[in-house]
Design a protein. Sequence first.
Length: 233
Amino acid sequence: MKKMLIASTSTLYEGTYLDYLQKELQEFFTGVDEIIFIPYARPGGISHDAYTEIAQQAFKHIGKSIIGLHRFEDPQKALKGAKGVFTGGGNTFLLVSQLYKFNVLSRLRQRIFEGMPYFGTSAGSNITGVTMQTTNDMPIIYPPSFKTLGAIPFNINPHYLDPVSGLKHMGETRETRIKEFHTYNSIPVVGLREGSWLDVKGDQITLKGALSARVFKQAEQAYELATGSLVEL
């Protein structure tokens, strides 16, 4: 049975890395001592080791050990034996490119469907959907495919922002861009606002956190999904 925690962001305004999810993560990773961290999403400026250390500092508060996937000579074998996985945020194009490069996307999908706990934030949440096409990131690198894990039957738009009332101009809104996506694609999209996450247990998906989510379907009016509700798309 799938067990996933799909969060919009790792850090809330004026908060620290993963602090708002500490209690949730402690329960989510019950029985898991060591978690494999996938640091591939972070572009230049911070090393995989440094990014992994940031994750380790957050997880040490709940008694969990973190080891970066980049540290394994055989990443496929590492994922095969993993007790839990966390994929951090960054650039989704880079993340997907690296997952294909190291040939681990299918292995990760397999482990998720076997019931291995999977936690993702931002780019790490984007890849849980059918495709990565509703990311907010710039295409700094071209992945072999936009197809991702397909662990949930819709796409994610993390860091979803609402139009600012009364503002004369703020460019194209997230809603506008998602509607453009639906001009050519029928995959539903869930816009996750900051501080919100999806709790996946098997085929049951529940929205959690302080804020509602925005749901988009092709040729239909977008609507709000209240926190605590089941996501049924």
